[in-house]
Design a protein around this ligand. Structure first.
Ligand code: HEC
Length: 147
């Protein structure tokens, strides 16, 4: 036991001999974001994830803060919003909108559809990804009453 301990101590002390070589400075481009252009043609195939998975991920990351993970309009930010996001599980709301209206609001934002401008336009994120937009519509429809 003692030997083990000793050799450990030896190894560790010699491994970090101080003085001669200071570690490289750690200030740097940790926060630098790689440029990710909107040009993702979406032809990457299945490896990139299927549209429903991509839509789910986007909803979780981008929409849930307002709309809530379950689509009930109870995201963290919702309390401060006026008007508040709709409860997608409400059958009356589900019946009141068409898929086209949902798409327009997602792409163009609330204002374009005569609704609150706090609903941001998602055009830039969804440019060239109609399959993800369709996935979002399916997701939102999925929050509604099961048929
Ligand atoms: C900053 C908060 C916020 C974010 C982020 C947000 N929304 Fe919204 N959204 C709203 C608000 C507020 C409304 C309600 C607007 C109104 O009723 O005037 C709304 C309305 C909508 C509607 C129309 C519902 C209706 O009343 O007919 C859809 C569809 C929608 N959002 C989808 C999305 C999707 C999909 C995302 C993510 C890609 C998203 N929203 C991100 C705040 C947000």
């Amino acid at each position: 036991m003692r030997w083990l301990f000793l050799s450990f101590a030896l190894i560790t002390t010699s491994a970090c001999g101080k003085g001669d070589k200071p570690p490289p400075p750690t200030t740097g481009s940790k926060n630098a974001k790689p440029e990710s252009g909107p040009s993702n043609p979406g032809t990457g195939g299945e490896a990139a994830g299927n549209p429903d998975e991509l839509a789910k991920a986007m909803f979780r990351e981008t929409c849930a803060i307002c709309h809530g993970v379950g689509g009930k309009g109870d995201g963290q930010m919702a309390a401060n919003l006026n008007p508040k996001p709709r409860d997608y599980t409400d059958p009356a709301w589900q019946a009141s909108v068409t898929d086209e209206q949902i798409k327009t609001i997602i792409m163009e934002g609330g204002q374009a559809a005569g609704k609150s401008a706090t609903m941001p336009a998602m055009k830039s994120q969804l440019q060239g990804k109609p399959e993800v937009l369709d996935g979002l519509v399916r997701l939102i429809r999925g929050f509604g009453p099961k048929k």
